[in-house]
Write a protein that binds this ligand. Structure first.
Ligand SMILES: *Cc1c(COP(=O)(O)O)cnc(C)c1O
Length: 405
């Protein structure tokens, strides 16, 4: 959020002395999503920038929240989260990924995956530690690692006609004696990549060899297309004891505003994350916790239909982007498709492109360079979200194809 530097009448506490913002956060500024969503509102453009759905989730989930509010579940829930949801998360991990977690000691409910990530990073990192992260990356990773005093060591995911790939030697070279953990996001935002079993096995072998922790962000675990397989790191040999697995209900149940997330992991690692988490929010979302539990217990058809619906809008968006003349990279999962803009804008300036686009044709997208530690690596790449009703995607496509003329 962008706050005024000083407000009238407020004590000018920092006058002439020092910036009130601490030096660890100073590099990060306002998140791009706030800026671009404000631009969408200001210009009346179709917002394919920030990834939030424009339809409500399943009525079973919405009704469960209303019932919970009406039946008085409105006070602080237990520190670990309501037992019903912890049990539902443990059941979900077994049902979909074959993972066993004790709901009383190995599952922690958080204020979205965002707080789960903050808790896991702030609770385990020492100043000077290094965290290996694939770039581009979700924007909160860099900020939380910086807050903990640790350092991000990026490994590049390069776009190819077959999807995004990393170089095994580059990953190997990124690991040093200071490396504490690897932070992995699969399926991956913003690239739409699903890490393959081979890739995850390779990463796991390095984690074991160098005795590293792995934190894995799996919020798009159910938004996978074309029969691809989600591989959860904790299920690989030797990985359960060193892995914190993070997800949330926002993307799976179209409830991004509820902020109900969770971490699963072995007791000692979970305790470290809990130590930080308890001083961030302590607890959150009492009536939404049983509602997400109801969602996690929905039949397989719900999860299948969710992915099928999104695959349809992914296809419509992808065809439109190709017709507009972009170089479009495959979207294997998630809300997102990324493109190289250079066929349409030879200078490859993604920030200028995204700033002009709402004024020019009434569509908002996100310049990928904000997801990189080295912005140059993503300068010519732009991300479009497909998590909108088909008619909204079609309307956006009608506008995008005019760029080809
Ligand atoms: C949306 C998103 C999150 C945040 O999830 P919340 O539950 O809304 O906090 C975390 N990681 C990735 C990769 C995301 O896209």
């Amino acid at each position: 959020m962008s706050l005024p530097r000083s407000s009238p009448g407020a004590t000018n506490y920092d006058h002439g002395v020092r910036d009130p913002l601490n030096s660890r956060l100073a590099p990060f500024g306002t998140t791009i999503f706030a800026t671009m969503s404000a631009l969408a509102v200001e210009t009346g453009a179709i917002n394919l920038g920030q990834g939030f759905p424009d339809t409500d989730g399943p009525s079973e989930v919405l009704d469960a929240a209303v019932n919970a509010i009406r039946s008085g579940q409105n006070q602080y829930p237990p520190g670990l989260g309501v037992p019903e949801l912890r049990h539902a998360v443990a059941e979900h991990q077994r049902r979909f990924w074959g993972l066993e977690f004790d709901p009383d000691t190995e599952v922690l409910i958080t204020a979205g995956a965002t707080e789960a990530l903050a808790g896991a990073l702030l609770g385990t990192l020492e100043p000077g530690d290094e965290v290996v992260v694939f770039e581009p990356m979700y924007d909160s990773y860099q900020a939380c690692i910086a807050l903990s005093g640790a350092k991000v060591v990026p490994v590049l995911l390069r776009p190819t006609p077959d999807g995004y790939r990393f170089d095994e030697d580059e990953l190997l070279a990124a690991i040093s004696p200071k490396t504490r953990s690897i932070l992995l996001n699969t399926p991956h935002n913003p690239t739409g990549k699903v890490f393959t079993r081979d890739e995850i096995t390779f990463i796991s072998s390095l984690a074991i060899e160098h005795d590293l922790m792995v934190i894995t962000d799996e919020v798009y675990e159910h938004l996978i297309f074309d029969g691809r397989e989600h591989v959860s790191m904790a299920g690989l040999p030797g990985m359960r004891e060193r892995t914190l697995t993070i997800s949330s209900g926002g993307k799976t149940f179209n409830t991004t505003g509820w902020k109900i997330g969770w971490i699963c992991g072995p007791r000692e690692l979970l305790r470290a994350a809990m130590s930080a988490k308890q001083f961030l929010t302590y607890v959150n979302g009492a009536p939404f916790q049983p509602a997400i539990a109801a969602g996690l217990r929905l039949g397989d058809d719900y999860f299948t239909r969710l992915a099928d619906g999104l695959a349809d809008t992914r296809n419509r968006l992808g065809e439109g982007l190709r017709a507009a003349g972009f170089n479009v990279f495959p979207s294997e999962a998630t809300y997102f498709t990324t493109v190289d803009i250079t066929p349409l804008r030879p200078d490859g300036d993604g920030v200028a492109f995204c700033t002009e686009l709402p004024h020019k044709i009434g569509v908002v997208a996100i310049p990928n360079q904000v997801f990189y530690v080295n912005p140059e690596h993503g300068r010519n790449l732009v991300r479009f979200a497909c998590c909108k009703r088909p008619e909204v995607i079609d309307a956006a496509v009608d506008r995008l194809v005019t760029l080809a003329a």
